[in-house]
Design a protein around this ligand. Sequence first.
Ligand code: SF4
Ligand code: SF4
Length: 199
Amino acid sequence: MTNSKNLRFECIRCGNCCTDKNTLVNLTYYDILRIKNGLDLNIQEILDSIGFYISKEKVSAENLHKMVIAPIETEKGLAFIGLLKNEKGYCHFYDEQKRKCLIYNLRPLFCRTFPFSFTFDRNNIDIIYTKKGLEYCSGISEEASFINLDYWIKLAKKVFNKLNKNNEIIKIWNDNIAKNKKIPSVKNFIKLVLSLDKA
Ligand code: SF4
Ligand code: SF4
């Protein structure tokens, strides 16, 4: 069930979401594994495609648990995981000349759901435009078609499951760091993610 009706959106591939320097293209463990397997990357190549963006503000334990994708503890402090950006702030996988995504079929959940986010309340799923979507997504317009709700609700359910699992993994990681059971290196975190591929 959803109360979200009359949402208009058609991606016109303007590339704004791939080139906005202030947009963090979040990665879940699931995205990392899909890109790694799809491109057959080794651990160093994975690290070369990922950015660990250090949180500028102190995040309380309470707020950590409320985040859609929580940051992880690293050698340099709490860091959000996202695709790396080039010197212009464009996504590492954006081909500027061809104006297209080089990993379209492997793109992260963030890119698949943009410009929407979802809220869940018992059996109800609401779909809303994100702030960034409203700010610069050219696909949101009065001329665009209404979205296919069945498609987006199905995607929302999948994303919800993946995000829950992702936050469980991050919680275990952060708890282990707090208890000094692990060294907080980003390489170790990626090793943990890779171990899930075999699980
Ligand atoms: S992964 Fe592809 S779709 Fe996502 S931001 Fe990068 S270039 Fe754009
Ligand atoms: S900003 Fe919107 S229209 Fe442009 S590529 Fe991204 S999703 Fe598509």
